[in-house]
Design a protein around this ligand. Structure first.
Ligand code: BES
Ligand code: ZN
Ligand code: ZN
Length: 492
């Protein structure tokens, strides 16, 4: 999609989106718009309320004008939502060449924020859910060769708006790739596919990728990953990615991201009920957040030294699979009693976290995982559970979350909860055996493997990586974390 910027509505511009805030200025905007729309503001207001995502189409002279409601709250994520809704719902009617105009006292969050959100939202609307349909239907107009977006902005904002819109498009690329990967069915998504995705993206966008195969995993001693992989016909992979900005980056923050890459979670011998098991193709949502953030960071050339680690395997049932009561080793040396083979994510993350700290000593350590049903029962599909041993990190992540609309909410990790994981026969057990405080217990389990890292955060994204959204009719991938972490890294 080609992006251009101008400061006036030229003859050639025929399709214009005009975002309209619903907060008092709306009337002013509609008045200022009268020459363009040919409709009196008072008339328009009878039908158009400016609610988030509301669209009023006006034909005037040779133009089509789409008034797009943004509601009252002047927030970035609202602009994002409105533009994405427009792009999805009006797909069959939109032209390939679109423009968005901010010349009518209609800047909502900030010109840069609005431009980024508009480009990101419009672009994300291109995502097609029917990847395995025989009849793909009509393609989104913005996927066509001559797709173009023109930003019409005040003269002094042209450069900033262009940069912001390009950023929105770059992030959308990474997000859509992750939606595709997470929505991919289990039989199209094995550890090797995750590894290949990383290798490819690294090659295209300039970050280093190392993949440990089964033999290297055995040699390194990733026993948690090996334990979960035992029931599988597909060998595990341990994927390590490193992005280093050009030039001297010794003074830049070093951030380590670890993502749960369970390509399908049957529960193992502690088999899950069948009703919703098909959703477990999304159990690599943490891996997707890490992958997408690696790619977005490299695309945007952010000034940060970023390392990503994804332990990848499925959790299958079979004669060789681990059983409840087994005691396994971990990469860190801590022995683990398996109470429930469905608590597998923490076993592979244990190895990933410990390896990250030992090999890379990042300043900031963050892991993301679709870890517990408990966090879904707590926050539904609307927020991730945030756990951290450092207040400023928790604060900064929450700030990025509030801006991007990828919400997080902090839960405690008091040491009393560690008692739940005491084992009589091993160093620790993987489940308390009681159906309470599951998300907190899981976080306490992970904490044992971070080697006392002073600045760690864990995001339990089980409810938000894959769920109900306004943009599709069934549960689907959200690419949760990509936008949040990119924003967080950018703010460092
Ligand atoms: N992958 C699941 C968690 C999950 C649940 C993700 C719902 C997405 C939606 C995880 O591996 C799991 O099974 N967790 C168990 C842990 C329990 C056995 C200690 C859970 O939360 O029930
Ligand atoms: Zn599980
Ligand atoms: Zn799982």
């Amino acid at each position: 999609m080609k992006i251009t910027v101008t400061s006036a509505i030229g003859e050639e511009i025929t399709d214009i989106i005009v975002p309209v805030s619903g907060n008092g200025v709306a009337h002013k905007t509609l008045q200022l718009l009268e020459p363009l729309t040919g409709v009196a503001a008072t008339n328009l207001e009878l039908g158009f309320k400016g609610e988030v995502g509301e669209v009023q189409l006006i034909y005037h002279q040779n133009r089509k004008i789409y008034l797009l409601g943004l509601g009252e709250k002047q927030e970035f994520h609202i602009v994002l939502k409105a533009f994405r809704l427009l792009s999805v719902k009006w797909k069959s009617k939109l032209p390939a060449a679109l423009s968005v105009c901010w010349l009518y006292e209609n800047i909502h969050h900030s010109l840069e924020g609005d431009a980024e959100a508009a480009a990101n939202g419009l672009f994300l609307g291109r995502y097609e859910y029917g990847m395995h349909k025989s009849d793909k239907g009509d393609l989104h107009p913005l996927t066509s060769e001559d797709a173009a977006l023109t930003l019409i902005v005040p003269e002094d904002g042209m450069q900033a708006a262009e940069k912001a819109a390009n950023r929105g498009v770059q992030i959308a690329h990474a997000q859509m790739d992750m939606m595709k990967l997470v929505n991919s069915p289990s039989n199209h998504k094995n550890p090797v596919d995750l590894a290949n995705w990383a290798l490819n993206s690294g090659k295209n966008h300039g970050f280093k990728v190392t993949v440990f195969d089964k033999k290297a995993i055995e040699e390194a001693g990733f026993h948690g990953l090996l334990a979960v992989n035992r029931g599988s016909e597909f060998p595990a992979k341990f994927i390590v990615m490193e992005y280093e900005p050009e030039g001297d980056h010794k003074d830049l923050p070093k951030v380590g991201l670890v993502g749960k890459g369970v390509t399908f979670d049957t529960g193992g011998v502690s088999l899950k009920p069948s009703t919703n098991m098909h959703y477990m193709k999304s159990d690599m949502g943490g891996a997707a957040a890490v992958f997408g953030t690696m790619e977005a960071t490299a695309r945007l050339q952010l000034p940060v030294h970023l390392i990503g680690i994804v332990p990848a395997t499925d959790n299958s049932i079979g004669t060789t699979a681990i059983k409840p009561s087994d005691v396994i080793q971990s990469y860190s040396g801590i022995t683990i009693e398996i109470i429930d083979t469905d608590a597998e994510g923490r076993l592979i993350l244990a190895d990933g976290l410990h390896y990250m700290v030992k090999e890379f000593q990042p300043d900031i350590l963050i892991d993301l995982a679709t870890l517990t049903g408990s966090v879904v029962r707590t926050f539904g599909y609307n927020a991730a559970g945030l756990f951290s041993n450092e207040d400023s990190l928790a604060h900064d992540l929450t700030k990025a979350a509030d801006k991007t609309g990828e919400r997080v909410w902090r839960l405690p990790i008091w040491d009393v909860y560690k008692d739940d994981l005491k084992s009589e026969i091993a160093d620790i057990k993987n489940y308390s055996g009681r159906p309470i405080c599951g998300a907190i217990d899981a976080a306490k389990f992970l904490e044992c493997f971070i080697d006392d890292h002073p600045k760690w955060a864990h995001l339990d994204i089980a409810g938000v990586a894959f769920g109900d959204t306004e943009y599709s009719s069934q549960k689907s991938a959200t690419a949760f974390g990509v936008r949040l972490l990119t924003e967080f890294l950018d703010s460092l």
